[in-house]
Design a binder for this molecule. Structure first.
Ligand SMILES: Nc1nc2c(c(=O)[nH]1)N[C@H]1C(S)=C(S)[C@@H](COP(=O)(O)O)O[C@H]1N2
Ligand SMILES: [Mo]
Length: 466
């Protein structure tokens, strides 16, 4: 049997980071058993040049000594055998205040969850802050296997961007081969390990903290007895085509380097959120400036569950067609896409479509989570990483209507017939109603990457045969 290893807690009983909290233990505990997935090549590569090897030229510190450096004026962390003074790095940490949870501790359990740290560049950056070695007795094996053994098996055709957490896009040829993307080819965007939920015991809680309405709890069976609706919606990650952006803007862009495949269309089946809230007697005629917070079952290394929110006014809109759904293209939701329950918010950036949905809270406040407050916000182009104030910037709740032409692809040679060439594009995102941007257009329009029809753009170079 594999054991979960706890970090020694010297003086941290009241901080939010405590591996011993029952929720964290229950959920991480649930991932302890099961078959192990084949090792991913991305991780194998990174293991070659890791940080934290022992160095004979540096002094040794005990974990207790390290733990005293837990504040902004002196901030130390450990990684394997390495001790690091990262005080000067704190203001430039891309994840902001999240780093404070690792004060005076090993960053390894955090990096096991936020796997994007495990690159040679980040290991190198960390080693620049090296001040010593951790005492042998205090080096704990934070092997991350137990967090990831229960990850679902994935289709090999997906284009993997990061392995842990799993992020992968749909190959462009499959985006145009089908209108509704087959489930196994649908792009996957995870921030954390996939939680394993039991369909029979899973409950969705509605919590009314503000305004009129009644708290309630629903089993999947109860949800199944409510009127069922099917909505065809295209989900797109707000970061889709970031790699195009990187080429076109002079400033550095951070985040997963998605090409164009973090987008997919499906027929989603379930209960309209409007119906569910009306069932709980929530007053949808007077939303005021209240918010609806959606919380998933996936947890980060601090025990915080994934969450984000929408303004209640958006949820009240009859045309919003926001769905609490159990089905995807006619089958139960696959684990990667939120089994057994997720939200689908047509037209919004897909981050609002919370997977593994556990609770819906009506509140006077927006979600206070990192993912809501420190990410998915919209900035004026004059801002950069040093001047952006995430908390003051407006959250992104809608996307422009857009579609990318996948055929012809970058580098293709095409023939003009009757003055036009045939194009095939992904279904449109950014509107609650999805349509497809296929059609014929003049090579001039395509060559100049101009918008064709209301929605499509081509982002590649093609040769046109006259
Ligand atoms: N609980 C939870 N919901 C989540 C996420 C997550 O990490 N956890 N990722 C969000 C983001 S950023 C995107 S783009 C979509 C991706 O949905 P998919 O994996 O079904 O394509 O799920 C959203 N919902
Ligand atoms: Mo996303």
């Amino acid at each position: 049997m594999i054991m979960i290893k706890f970090q020694k807690q010297y003086h941290k009983q009241n901080t939010p980071f405590n591996w011993k909290t029952p929720t964290t233990l229950a959920i991480f505990g649930a991932t302890l058993f099961g078959s192990s997935l084949t090792e991913n090549t991305i991780d194998d590569k990174n293991k070659k040049k890791e940080a934290g090897a022992k160095r004979s030229d540096l002094p040794t510190y005990t974990a207790e000594e390290v733990s005293k450096h837990d504040n902004k004026s002196s901030f130390w962390v450990t990684y394997k055998h390495g001790v690091y003074d990262v005080t000067k790095f704190l203001p430039s940490h891309p994840g902001g205040e999240q780093i404070m949870n690792a004060a005076g501790l090993s960053i390894e359990p955090f990096w096991n969850v936020y796997g994007m740290h495990k690159t040679e560049e980040v290991f190198e950056l960390l080693e620049n802050f090296r001040i010593g070695n951790l005492h042998d007795d205090d080096v704990v094996d934070h092997s991350d296997e137990e967090l990831w053994v229960k990850e679902p098996l994935r289709d090999k055709r997906l284009i993997v961007k990061t392995a842990k957490p799993f992020n992968a896009e749909t190959p462009p040829e499959h985006l145009i081969a089908h209108f509704d993307t087959p489930n196994e080819l649908f792009y996957v965007r995870q921030h954390m390990p996939v939680p394993e939920l039991d369909e029979g015991s899973h409950r969705l809680r509605v919590i009314v903290q503000a305004g009129t309405g009644n708290d309630a709890e629903f089993s999947l069976e109860q949800l199944g007895q409510m009127p069922q609706t099917t909505v065809r919606a295209t989900l797109m990650c707000a970061g889709n085509r970031r790699s195009d952006m990187t080429k076109q803007v002079p400033k550095p862009v951070k985040g997963i380097s998605w090409a164009g495949g973090a987008v997919g269309t499906a027929l989603w089946g379930g209960v309209l959120l409007r119906d569910l809230l009306l069932h709980c007697a929530v007053d949808l005629d007077n939303p005021g400036d209240k918010h609806v917070i959606f919380t998933g079952a996936d947890v980060d290394a601090t025990g915080t569950k994934f969450s984000t929110s929408l303004p209640l006014s958006a949820v009240c809109d009859r045309d919003s067609r926001i769905l609490v759904c159990t089905r995807m293209n006619g089958t139960p939701l696959p684990a990667d896409h939120g089994r057994p329950l997720r939200l689908v918010v047509p037209g919004a950036p897909a981050v609002r479509s919370v997977k593994w949905l556990e609770s819906i809270t009506i509140s006077t406040e927006e979600s206070s989570s990192h993912w809501h407050k420190k990410d998915y916000r919209s900035f004026n182009s004059s801002k950069d990483w040093d001047t952006a104030d995430f908390e003051k910037a407006p959250p992104v709740y809608s996307l422009p209507v857009t579609s990318a032409i996948c055929y012809p692809a970058d580098g293709d040679t095409v023939k003009v017939e009757n003055g036009c060439i045939e194009v095939k594009a992904t279904p449109t995102t950014g509107s609650p109603f999805t349509s497809r941007g296929d059609g014929r257009l003049s090579p001039a329009a395509l060559g100049q990457a101009q918008y064709c029809g209301p929605t499509c753009a081509h982002y590649g170079n093609i040769a046109v045969l006259k």
